[in-house]
Design a protein around this ligand. Structure first.
Ligand code: BTN
Length: 262
């Protein structure tokens, strides 16, 4: 891949500008600088390798060369200011793109709020970052990292949730840049429908652990055990605790882990 090939790949898509880097620190950081300098809506930054990839909760995100997708889309919001929806947009887009090839009985699913799982292992993560000027949302940087080949899968000791890659889920080699194209198609299609009920329904249909018991962990709170009920109208996660009490989780510093049924 190079700049010219990326532009050819994107020719049929309404991506307004694109920059390719063989290596960089973080596509989200480069995209944020570009956004501040006036990048248009639907501008793309893609890299083969990241040396300072970032995940949620200040975690590192590994992107070795030749094995992963790491890209950020600059979105100029038109009315929709809910960062949770943008996070879901990235996760849903990866799910839908990967599920075009996965058997329907074992689809990729969203571990709320931002991870994509296959076979209960993480294959992609989304980092959506809002950039404000005063009270006006200037841009959302939608960063997506996908483990495509095994070389992108971090060692078990390095991650807090088991990881996998698209090639292992599909049990077949994957055309990385074809997958990028498919994910971008999904981002573009669903972005136009972010405020619709259909978006919430599609997101909800891909929710992992539905009906299962999970532990919701906040940094400074005791873990909350609950059964996953689904999403509310705002896309917040609804859990039923053992007491029967319903908790609605906002996101933020939350981590979800499967838990034994009580
Ligand atoms: C997570 O799982 O916590 C989110 C991971 C997001 C990683 C992607 S890779 C492209 C973009 N650039 C970054 O530095 N992070 C995101």
């Amino acid at each position: 891949m190079d700049q010219r090939e990326l532009e050819l790949l994107l020719a049929g898509l309404p991506i307004r500008a694109a920059r390719y880097f063989p290596t960089l620190g973080s596509t989200n950081d480069v995209a944020a600088r570009w956004a501040a300098a006036g990048a248009p809506d639907l501008a793309l930054v893609a890299a083969d390798e990241q040396t300072a990839g970032r995940g949620r909760l200040q975690r590192r995100w590994l992107t070795p060369p030749g094995a992963a997708l790491a890209f950020s889309v600059i979105l100029r919001p038109g009315g929709q200011e809910d960062i949770l929806r943008y996070t879901a947009l990235g996760a849903l887009a990866v799910c839908e793109a990967v599920n075009q090839a996965l058997p329907a009985v074992t689809p990729a699913l969203i571990k709320w709020p931002n991870d994509v799982l296959a076979n209960r292992r993480k294959l992609a993560g989304v980092l959506a970052e809002a950039h404000w000027r005063g009270e006006v949302l200037q841009a959302v940087i939608l960063g997506v990292g996908v483990n495509v080949a095994r070389a992108a899968v971090p060692a078990e000791a390095e991650v807090s949730f088991p990881a996998t890659c698209v090639e292992d889920a599909l049990e077949a080699p994957v055309d990385r840049w074809g997958l990028l194209h498919a994910i971008l198609e999904q981002i573009i299609a669903w972005r136009a429908r972010l405020a619709e009920t259909a978006f919430l329904q599609a997101w909800s249909a891909r929710l992992a652990f539905r009906g299962e018991w999970v532990q919701a962990i906040w940094d400074d709170q005791p873990p909350l055990a609950g059964q996953v009920l689904g999403l509310d109208d705002a896309g917040r996660l609804r859990l039923r605790a053992r007491s029967g009490e319903i908790h609605t989780l906002q996101g933020g510093e939350l981590r979800l882990r499967p838990a034994a049924t009580p």
